[in-house]
Design a protein around this ligand. Sequence first.
Ligand SMILES: Nc1ncnc2c1ncn2[C@@H]1O[C@H](COP(=O)(O)OP(=O)(O)OP(=O)(O)O)[C@@H](O)[C@H]1O
Ligand SMILES: [Mg+2]
Ligand SMILES: [Zn+2]
Length: 577
Amino acid sequence: MSSRPEDSSKSGYLVLARKYRPRQFREVVGQEAVVRTIQNAIKENRIGHAYLFSGMRGVGKTTVARILAKALNCEQGPTPEPCNQCFMCKAINEESLLDFIEIDGASNRGIEDVKALRDSIQYEPMHSRYRVIIIDEVHQLSRDAFNALLKTLEEPPTRTVFIFATTEFHKVPRTIASRCQHFVFKRLGQQQIISHLQYIAGQEKIVISPYSLKLMAEAADGSLRDAETLLDMVVSFSGNRVQDKETEEVLGVVNRSLFENLAGAILQGRSQDIFPLVDSLVSAGIDLRHFYSGLIEYFRNLLLARISSDPTGLLLLSKEEIKQLQQIAGDFQGEELLRYLLMLQEGETGLRYSSQPRIYLESWLIKLSYLNRLKPLEQALEEISLMKDKAPVAASPKPNYQPAKSESQPRPKSSLRSPEIGLARKNQAAPAHNGPSIFNQEQADELYFRVVREKPALAPILKMVNRVETEAGSIRLIYAHDRKHFADLVRQNLVYLNRVAGELSSLKVELIIEEMGPLSPATPNNRPPATVRETGGEPIKNNSEEARALLQNPKTRALLDTLKGQVIAVRKKPGKN
Ligand SMILES: Nc1ncnc2c1ncn2[C@@H]1O[C@H](COP(=O)(O)OP(=O)(O)OP(=O)(O)O)[C@@H](O)[C@H]1O
Ligand SMILES: [Mg+2]
Ligand SMILES: [Zn+2]
């Protein structure tokens, strides 16, 4: 409350970080343990002659050192709280007290500097009770300088207090550290930073949203000075009414709408939107890993907004933002959102260690977008067994197949590949009707539409197949190892696919999913046969009569068409002729 701005008359505009440098212990944010210990020592008159303050940048080391200097020299003191009114307090605040020396260890790091200091302090302080010497960034001193300093500490001059500050405690020699009372300054919590920024904003009549403040606190990463500097930057950019967009812009932080868009693509299964969205992240120079943790937090907020009856206290967001979250989350069960959240977290480690974070991110997000309508395996199996019970499998395909009706079904707008590789359309190649027990074009369409209708997320996954191999009565879907997660998803639906394929054709269709080792870019058309993995069975020459018959088989063709695969090899099933 009593944070009085430093005198700004001599320097004109005073940056917030200086203006709001605490002048009393009670104004210091956090660092309670440090402050309490120091105040008790003063009360009990146990003032040490050397202190070491360690901690990250901008958490109050220099600030506390100065307050300590005042507390020791205040006309009312030594006192646990300086008055800031007396001559001594004011002189220290104005940095005009001769017995108050601040040295930057980084620019005065040589032995000469320390020697000069030693010479200057060999006499008793003249103007003050305690001479206070603050050496900032003490770890930067040269070895010689350290040794000279050590000598000084061994025979401390009377009424002189050293305060060493460092951001890198491990670089301070033990010999020095062991002669000091060591205080560890903590990084500040996000909430502490936000409240303090809020306080400053109030004092400065800055209008700013909790969201903007949170972005700043996040970017400050524990440093109150950094947070204040960011607030300064944003205000000088946008004036006293700060818009979130401006904060985002200034901080170079990912636009919140990007989270929204991406979450939307995932939740609504719009996998085709993921590549361009990731592309926009990359071209904006956004750190993908950082972005990913933001996305995790966004889903956490969605979940919270969904299941909490009063999320306002738990979400540091404006009413509208919370409303927006609730609206998005409202279409989903808490359980579903939880599933996304858990899966996102699962991907985090992999992303951190991936040598190709972009590709990792893309595939992981696409996987998530497929999660959309995929039911858990148990549920799918249960439904299948229920279906079997009540509906005797029709030997013939549904005669009243109507693509127009299917058009209105919710199916993915387009596949991952270019739109022209859609499903087999009915006005494409003439359907082949080669006998009664054959999987014809219509049936292929029907297969596809059933997948779209019944398991909309499965259709594009099927299309991610790298290769299709056929053997008598079985279709082998082969996914490259780097598409393993697609294979896994198809595998979860294998029972279903087999059943549908079996219903559409009187031939038994057996789908086999395999993985093969990593491939060069998945362009099925120019894959060298050398990469074909031995799948057992005797190869049949592709141009042989037998192979041609198999390839001409409309059932094979329809499946190839539906799956957009390509026949690389034809083999006899092992043990068969
Ligand atoms: N704990 C805190 N409470 C209130 N303000 C703080 C605190 N820490 C930092 N600040 C703000 O940040 C500014 C800089 O703090 P200070 O100089 O004490 O940081 P420091 O820890 O010495 O950092 P560095 O290691 O970079 O020297 C202060 O003027 C103040 O505005
Ligand atoms: Mg400092
Ligand atoms: Zn005073």
